[in-house]
Design a protein around this ligand. Structure first.
Ligand code: ATP
Ligand code: MG
Length: 336
């Protein structure tokens, strides 16, 4: 992870400090963000594995909670990575999302508070969930069990973020039926866009038949490495095709982000001043300000801070880090 370490070292450079100062001047953590008029249920999906779904779910959720909002993460992946990252025990006996989906247990019985982050809650996933795809097939209303459980949950929440497994099976369908919005993390790598067309078609199918409110509201570029031409080519292509959906803030590749889960923490508590933490705070702020019914113009200081964050990445190139080999970028074939 030498590359990632180099990125984090930038935090100690003058430009890194300037970026942090700019971000802090904008009053990141601790400053309130607008509450959405109704709970926003956001499905974090991409059937491609390892693109940053879980990392983005937990860090966006923690960022929103640190801004004073009440946020629930639903771990819908049998791997239980989101539960791990939030420090939530998820061995086989722990009441989990499996009990909700398969046994019909109320969501309230399985929600756990996340230690260290006020206002953040988690529904864990245990390994039992691996069998749920098959067990759900024979159950009544198999596609809408999560949606029903969420509708019956009475605690006030501003956001629900659902971390999906890397597949388009019944678990992901349950999430798509339960949510209004889809957030797609896209890794800035070759092949990043392969399979995206299939995900978009599934979203269309669910919207047409099961959930008319569903739409792709947000695309988040992850593991962005500003030194490589490939990353900027992929980012540019995604921005061209999804101009309205892509967040201005891209999440850089950062060793701090990848280390945090092994301590049962998000990067926000593990290393709050790191570029990774600041990027997620900024991305979460953008997400919150894009809530339906909320119109907030971009201020000059916000623009300056966003540019400073990008400059941090660019600056690496000039301080001797070896440029990674460039490759042809992927195409949008098959996508919309
Ligand atoms: N910005 C980043 N910088 C460095 N490493 C990252 C970053 N984002 C994610 N990672 C690492 O990449 C790997 C995959 O990330 P993550 O688990 O979030 O992806 P995922 O899409 O949820 O994977 P899966 O499809 O298996 O559920 C993890 O090891 C994670 O720590
Ligand atoms: Mg995951």
């Amino acid at each position: 992870m030498q590359d990632s370490e180099t990125i984090d070292q930038i935090d100690d450079t003058p430009i890194g400090r300037a970026a942090q100062a700019a971000v802090q001047a904008m009053g990141r953590a601790g400053e309130g963000l607008p509450r959405p008029p109704a709970t926003r249920v956001i499905v974090v999906a991409n059937q491609k594995g390892g693109v940053g779904k879980t990392t983005s779910t937990v860090n966006m959720a923690a960022s929103l909670a640190m801004h004073g909002l009440r946020v629930l993460v639903i771990d819908l992946d049998p791997q239980g990575n989101a539960s791990t990252a939030l420090g939530i025990d998820h061995h086989a006996e722990v009441p989990s999302i499996y009990d909700v989906l398969v046994e019909g247990k109320p969501l309230a019985d399985v929600v756990q508070p996340v230690v260290d982050v006020e206002g953040l809650f988690c529904v864990p996933a245990t390994i039992d969930l691996a069998g749920a795809e098959i067990e759900l097939v024979s159950l009544v209303a198999r596609e809408s069990r999560l949606q029903r459980a969420i509708a019956a949950y009475e605690q006030p929440l501003d956001y629900i973020l659902i971390d999906c497994p890397p597949s388009l099976g019944l678990l992901t369908v349950n999430a798509l039926v339960a949510g209004q919005e889809v957030m797609i993390p896209i890794q800035c790598e070759y092949y990043a866009l392969e399979g995206l067309g299939q995900l978009l078609r599934n979203v269309d199918l669910v919207r047409a038949h099961l959930n008319p409110t569903l739409h792709v509201s947000t695309i988040l570029l992850t593991m962005y490495d500003a030194r490589t031409r490939l990353a900027s080519q992929v980012a540019e292509e995604v921005r061209n095709h999804f101009a309205a959906e892509v967040l201005r803030t891209a999440i850089p590749r950062s060793v701090r982000i990848s280390e945090a889960p092994s301590y049962g923490q998000t990067v926000l508590t593990y290393d709050p001043g790191s570029t990774g933490a600041l990027s997620y705070l900024e991305a979460a702020r953008e997400l919150a300000l894009r809530a339906p019914g909320i119109e907030v113009p971009i201020t000059a200081v916000e623009q300056a801070a966003a540019e400073a964050l990008v400059a941090v990445g660019r600056h690496r190139h000039t301080i001797g880090a070896q440029a990674a080999p460039e490759a042809q970028h992927s195409t949008m074939e098959g996508n919309r």
